[in-house]
Design a protein around this ligand. Structure first.
Ligand code: NAD
Length: 355
């Protein structure tokens, strides 16, 4: 059975980087059917809705979703805020598709070790942030509100069920890596964090082969800069994960190289997921052939691994990316003062290095 992939290129550099990811998926021989749909500002312009019902329905029918990026100055001030691409498309996509487990690897490539702001003094970083994506303070009810203009309220809620399902995912991913997981919370202050720690600790007895420890979020933020190599899998809640995953990304030194997966439960034996680069729509370089497509290409590799259980194709794509970088090929964002190639040339280079 071919895999049915919903392709949502989105705005800005989204279509440019997604085209290269599709090129590589086709070259790797993935038995896939691709169906395109509008999302974000381009969907708003065409239909008045950043997440048209047809797009949501296509995603529901698909085995996996490949997304570029959404947003841009043209749509960032739309009112009501639900019309803006991130609020009106990304958040409802996550909620509607039940994408509760966000997996963000932060990995430095040999060839780019000096691009890290830590200047390679910590060697190669290879960790994964597992962020809970559909609960916590971004979704808690009663929703955020102002009280009398001088006071504001947000609500953080977590249930044992929500913590257990993301923790299971974290333990499973740790098992496929170096079997170490640090669960990050603020248990010295927050009740939701105490429930988080209690729940993860209890579940840990089902995974005796995974070394579990706990860390407070403020300490984790510091340790990521001090000694990122101590981490294998970092498991954490929505808001802490939002911040820590960006911190982990920046210490690798290259926004254009980092992929992500947002996973739901398995359907018919396949894990449903949405795959996207972590960067945004980069309006400053859109349409100029300057975007680095490697994050989108590596997101496609994650799709092969997680949704289609095809670790071999995923490894082939990741090795081809490594080879292109080792051969000195660079888009402008990672070239320093050296020679650069275009978005499509980088896609071609990766496709040509698949072995
Ligand atoms: P951004 O990630 O789009 O860009 C930040 C900087 O990194 C820019 O200088 C950009 O040129 C560069 N950059 C990003 N990706 C690159 C790539 N692949 N190759 C080369 N350079 C790259 O973040 P921003 O500027 O804060 O946001 C721009 C728009 O994107 C906003 O509308 C924002 O809301 C949206 N956004 C969307 C997502 C998403 O779709 N998931 C994520 C973040 C931001």
């Amino acid at each position: 059975m071919p895999y049915k992939i919903a392709v949502l290129p989105g705005d800005g550099i989204g279509p440019e980087v997604v085209a290269e990811a599709l090129k590589v998926l086709k070259a790797v021989g993935a038995p896939s059917e691709f169906e395109h749909a509008l999302v974000g500002g381009s969907a708003y312009d065409a239909t008045g809705n950043p997440l048209p019902p047809a797009t949501l329905e296509l995603c529901r029918q698909a085995d996996a979703v490949l997304l570029g990026a959404v947003g841009g100055p043209k749509w960032d001030r739309l009112e009501p805020v639900e019309l803006r691409p991130e609020v009106g498309a990304l958040l409802p996509l996550r909620a509607e598709l039940n994408l509760y487990a966000n997996v963000r690897p932060a990995h430095t490539f040999h060839a780019l070790v000096n691009a890290s702001p830590l200047k390679g003094k910590n060697g190669l970083i290879d960790l994964v942030v597992m962020r809970e994506l559909t609960g916590g303070i971004y979704f808690g009810k009663p929703r955020e509100r102002r009280e009398g203009g001088t006071q504001a309220v947000d609500t953080c809620v977590y249930s044992r069920f929500e913590i257990e399902r993301i923790a299971h995912r974290g333990f499973e991913i740790a098992r496929q890596r170096r079997s170490k997981m640090v669960s990050v919370d603020k248990a010295n202050v927050l009740e939701t964090s105490r429930l988080w720690r209690e729940t993860v600790t209890a579940l840990g007895t089902d995974y005796p082969d995974v070394e579990l420890s706990h860390m407070l979020v403020d300490n984790c933020a510091m340790q990521l800069v001090r000694d990122p190599r101590q981490f294998d899998v970092i498991l954490t809640e929505n808001m802490f994960g939002d911040i820590l995953s960006d911190e982990a990304a920046v210490i690798t030194g290259s926004l254009g190289l980092l992929p992500s997966a947002s996973l739901s439960d398995a359907r018919d034996g396949r894990v449903f997921g949405l795959y996207e680069p972590i960067h945004g729509s980069a309006p400053d370089i859109a349409g100029q052939g300057k975007a680095n497509p490697l994050a989108a290409i590596l997101s496609a590799a994650m799709m092969m691994r997680f949704s289609f259980g095809d670790a071999q194709s995923a490894d082939r794509i990741e090795r081809a990316v490594e080879r292109a970088l080792n051969d000195g090929l660079r888009t402008a964002d990672i070239a320093g003062h050296g020679p650069t190639i275009s978005t499509t040339q980088m896609g071609d280079a990766v496709a040509a290095r698949l072995s």
